[in-house]
Design a binder for this molecule. Structure first.
Ligand code: ADP
Length: 262
């Protein structure tokens, strides 16, 4: 349901993030989207790329992501050794929006290559080829960052953080979240309302040891199962309770909340 016709991804704004992002884009400022997983950051970037008429290059970061994975590498082909641009280099050349999802997962030495792209230089240095690629005006670097996740283990260096404008994301207000679940899940308003109310109650279990609380994404997934003919309680167990915990006690508490909410 991402595409609402005419190519526009469906995105329901939750504050002034659209105007802020547009100003950042116009001024070539890199943006950091901060917020829990599944709260709409990726969808927002897809929407902004469409709105600004820019291509979008997305990279999901992981702890093994090295510079070559972003910038490119020499590969042996039929014609001998050839240079292949990585996604970041392609994005810079194309003047695209480059979205690095969960950037803290990437190795620190990888993140450092972003620095020259985030200041007045707006350049990418490709060490292996000796090339400097200067970013055209449409290029913009966007990263996402989940402040609650593995906070003790991983964090972005302050010197890197200061290179971004931060936009704060959180789960939408109940009315908006209902609208999103209704639209994305294709369910009736009352079902969306039940799921959102349940989601908000379950988010209250964070203090009981739930590492990640239910996101808008899992509520949408439950809604989609309901539309497919799965009973509401079963859909909630499968799409919400199961993915969030393996702990029998916590799962029991969550199931009780499901039973009390539907
Ligand atoms: P994140 O990138 O923050 O992990 P996503 O952007 O993938 O999360 O959002 C997960 C899902 O939640 C989306 O696929 C979409 O269905 C829904 N969603 C969340 N927030 C919004 C919003 N503001 N507008 C439209 N859909 C939303």
């Amino acid at each position: 349901m991402a595409d609402a016709g005419g190519g526009a991804p469906y995105y329901l704004p939750t504050g002034n993030e659209v105007a802020l992002f547009e100003q950042c884009h116009a001024r070539g400022l890199a943006v950091m989207l901060k917020g829990p997983t599944g709260c709409g950051k990726t969808r927002f970037v897809e929407y902004m790329a469409w709105r600004l008429g820019r291509p979008l290059v997305t990279v999901s970061c992981h702890d093994d992501l090295g510079t070559a994975d972003l910038v490119g590498r020499y590969l042996i082909g039929a014609a001998g050794t050839e240079w292949h641009d990585g996604p970041l280099t392609r994005a810079v050349r194309a003047g695209a929006l480059c979205y690095l999802d969960e950037v803290v997962e990437a190795r620190q030495d990888t993140v450092v290559i972003l620095h020259a792209l985030t200041d007045h230089r707006r350049a990418l240095f490709i060490e292996k080829t000796g090339e400097t690629v200067t970013a055209p005006p449409g290029f913009q670097l966007v990263v996402s960052y989940n402040p609650g996740y593995q906070r003790m283990l991983k964090d972005m260096k302050p010197s890197t953080r200061q290179r971004f404008v931060a936009l704060d994301f959180d789960f939408p207000a109940p009315e908006r979240e209902c609208e999103i679940v209704e639209h994305e899940g294709g369910v009736a308003r009352d079902v969306a309302h039940t799921l959102v109310t349940l989601g908000r109650r379950l988010r209250g279990l964070r203090d009981r040891g739930l590492a990640e609380v239910p996101s808008t994404r899992v509520l949408v997934a439950a809604a989609q199962l309901v539309v497919s003919g799965i009973a509401l309680a079963d859909a909630c167990h499968a799409a919400i309770v199961g993915p969030l915990t393996d702990d029998p006690e916590l799962a029991g508490a969550m199931r009780d909340l499901v039973a009390a909410s539907i």
